[in-house]
Ligand binder design. Sequence first.
Ligand code: NAP
Length: 269
Amino acid sequence: MDYALITGASSGIGLELAAIMAEKGHNLILVARREEVLQALKVKLENQFKVTVEVVAMDLSKSEQAQALYEYCTNHHLIVNCLINNAGFGDYGKFDSGKLDTYQNMLQLNIMVLTELTALFLAGMKQRKFGQILNVGSIAAFQPGPNLAVYAASKAYVMQFTEALSFELRGTGVSATLLSPGVTETGFVSRANMSEAANAKKGLMTANSVAMAGYRAMMSGKLNTIPGWKNQILAFGSKIMPSRELLLQIAGRILRDTTELHKKIENAT
Ligand SMILES: NC(=O)c1ccc[n+]([C@@H]2O[C@H](COP(=O)([O-])OP(=O)(O)OC[C@H]3O[C@@H](n4cnc5c(N)ncnc54)[C@H](OP(=O)(O)O)[C@@H]3O)[C@@H](O)[C@H]2O)c1
């Protein structure tokens, strides 16, 4: 039986992708750390739709977990024809105020695991001459991200890697698609400590609409999708900016550190 494997399926965009794909009849392998959430989702989706859902609870930021996940699928004869590398997180604040182990986990999850899972599952897809890979990037990839320096750089990797891979895969029956969301209503914003950041609460897209855009793009073998016209304008703007310095100034203003401002407001109230 063939499956779609979704990392980070316990909440946000990954959870919505799981629901959309189950509705369309795909069997699923759901991966995240919170096992009870995944088990509840499995019960719900299997009851609602005619699909089989497997749950693998693991912390992907620990080394060698991609290999362990691949071996689990192989040992259980789960054929993965669709790989969705969605799990990821950010951490808002100045680079030198963040923790090194947070950055290490972020790079492991956002970059290493995504690359390893792609390498491991791609071989079978190419052999079968069929498969889809969806990598979840971010519009943060289109410019440097002051106060989100490591996260934005990690998503720039996801963008460049996916675009190059999709070119290499032409004519093989396997496609690679990049989904680049803007700020979306999920647990991401609070985990990244961004709730206080300028504009973080304005005009958020829903996780469902972002997931639907990603699903459609992936199924049609499209290379890139940026959900939402505001995000498309931001991405286009960064491409036509006359200088990197100007781009940096604008990005710095949008992502400005509001910590001091909020401290003042707290002290005054
Ligand atoms: N929301 C936004 O504003 C936004 C914007 C642009 C791009 N994105 C990208 O969209 C993707 C999904 O994020 P989201 O917004 O849906 O955030 P979310 O609601 O926080 O979901 C993140 C998912 O990743 C899983 N995860 C986190 N750390 C993990 C780990 N160490 N091992 C295994 N699973 C882990 C979480 O599950 P557990 O906690 O159960 O492990 C959860 O299922 C990320 O790649 C993010 O960078 C989000």
